[in-house]
Design a protein. Structure first.
Length: 131
């Protein structure tokens, strides 16, 4: 069962605007999605927001945000998000999140002139040495 979530009661990770005293963040989330079927591995019904000001996805787990940072390419502006289970028997290798990213001026993201929108595949290993 999905319950309502008041995002105004939570502050997204990131710095606050200068001279603003109320709780909040300067984060520019474009989109929110709920992982209803635990396709990523953080649990069923995990809400995930796109963190366009932080090159990341922001998953709300147990009342705290987990930042899923994309270190490369620089300029990850997530515009869509969906989960997919390709092979339930393959464990973490058979499922993951897929996120499109783009900007209004793709020539300004890493790659320069001619750079186009891309898709990023996120997978969560159960431990760092899992293979």
């Amino acid at each position: 069962m999905i319950t309502a979530l008041r995002l105004d009661a939570l502050s997204l990770p990131g710095p606050q605007f200068r001279n603003v005293n109320s709780p909040g963040s300067a984060e520019a989330s474009y989109y929110a999605w709920v992982d209803q079927f635990n396709t990523f591995g953080l649990g069923a019904n995990t809400p995930i927001a796109t963190g366009n000001a932080s090159d990341a996805l922001l998953a709300l787990v147990g009342g705290k945000f987990v930042t899923l940072r994309v270190p490369y390419p620089m300029g990850f502006y997530a515009k869509g998000l969906d989960g997919r289970i390709d092979d339930p028997a393959a464990g973490w290798k058979g499922k993951g999140l897929w996120s499109t990213y783009a900007t209004r001026a793709p020539q300004h993201i890493e790659g320069g002139k001619g750079t186009t929108s891309k898709v990023v595949h996120f997978q969560l290993r159960p431990d760092p040495l899992a293979h």
